[in-house]
Ligand binder design. Structure first.
Ligand code: FMN
Length: 332
């Protein structure tokens, strides 16, 4: 029988994405109804040093939805201290990063590099659990380091035996980085190896793909990252499908208003200049995905134009105009 976590075990999660899942973006996803939202990873060491830019990454989003902060690190004392600080801040859940493939992270033995060093990985888990003082701890990882070391099921088992309450598996190995297609069926052995919920992650971009990923992996839920950029309602849509309730996509006017709100939130979070820069990737993703009769050239031109404004007032007015369909289209 599945052991249920001590927190609300949601089925649809927003994936942690450095530089993207800040409080401004998480607020939007939460506002549409995303049930669980993971912050960008923060290094236990930098959090322990209370660096303001790092503390900012952990900010609670406005609105409902679980507030989950992800910790990465290679030193047990930093992970313990980081977890203590997150406990004190009142986060709902602490997630441990064992999935990041970046060389600057794996080079320091954290992120997915820990999957090659199970002993150190377990010490890090134990230290995080100690610092968390009973606050739920979850673990996000990949299938393994490469296809000769697909040890996610073993690591999951060990982690759960120490007290980790939920596991997320991105259906790629570290050596695949983001190449190819995530393998949802390859997550099944991890699902079978533990009696806690396992969340499947990687390339789940539609309701149909969410169903397919669940079917192939047998997982309890899904985690969605890049596909939610530019359509933060996607998680709510998946949750509605799971519950068998109707989902109405936001109107273009609502999308525009919410994107403008995200721009304001981003400026409030980082300061005006940096805030505008940080939100540009979200604006570009909105233009890529918006359901309007735009050809590739139109989208490219709009992306480029909207990502150049230094004046937030003008940017917001232009977004409203674009979403109202009041602009010149260039023929392909
Ligand atoms: C820009 C970017 C930043 C990411 N940052 C993190 C991170 O901080 N922690 C983490 O565990 N995974 C991180 N990931 C991986 C995602 O959480 C997720 O596992 C991966 O993108 C696959 O899911 P998707 O296809 O839904 O995006 C990042 C991915 C991207 C594209």
């Amino acid at each position: 029988m599945m052991k249920m976590p001590s927190f609300r075990a949601e089925h649809v999660w927003l994936a942690p994405m450095s530089g993207s899942t800040d409080a401004a973006f998480r607020r939007q996803a939460a506002k549409y109804g995303a049930p669980a939202l993971v912050s960008e990873m923060v290094a236990g060491q930098s959090l322990a040093a209370e660096r303001p830019d790092v503390v900012r990454k952990t900010c609670r989003h406005d609105g409902d939805g679980l507030w989950i902060v992800q910790l990465a690190g290679r030193r047990t004392e930093d992970m313990r201290r980081g977890a203590e600080l997150l406990y004190a801040a009142g986060v709902d859940v602490i997630d441990i990063n064992m999935g990041c493939p970046a060389r600057q992270v794996t080079g320091g033995n954290s992120g997915s590099a820990l999957m090659r060093e199970p002993e150190l990985a377990m010490q890090i888990i134990e230290a995080t659990l100690e610092g968390a003082q009973g606050k739920p701890v979850t673990l996000k990882m990949r299938l393994g380091w490469d296809h000769s070391l697909l040890n996610a099921p073993d690591i999951a088992q060990e982690a759960v035996s120490r007290g980790v309450q939920l596991i997320t598996v991105h259906g790629r190995t570290r050596c695949q980085f983001y190449k190819g297609q995530a393998d949802w069926a390859a997550i099944a052995p991890t699902v079978d190896s533990v009696d806690v919920p396992v969340i499947a992650n990687g390339d789940i971009g539609t309701v149909a793909e969410a169903r397919d990923a669940l079917k192939q992996s047998g997982a309890y839920g899904v985690m969605v990252g890049r596909p939610a950029m530019g359509q933060p309602w996607l998680l709510a849509e998946m949750e509605a499908d799971r519950l068998g309730v109707q989902f109405t996509a936001p109107s273009l006017a609502e999308q525009a208003d919410n994107l403008c709100e995200q721009i304001e939130d981003s400026m409030a979070l980082y300061g005006n200049q940096l805030g505008l820069r940080m939100v540009r990737k979200h604006i570009a993703a909105h233009i890529d995905k918006v359901d309007m009769p735009l050809n590739e050239l139109n989208r490219r031109q709009l992306r480029s134009e909207l990502c150049q404004y230094d004046d937030a007032g003008k940017l917001v007015r232009r977004i409203q105009t674009v979403y109202a369909g009041e602009f010149e289209l260039v023929a392909a």
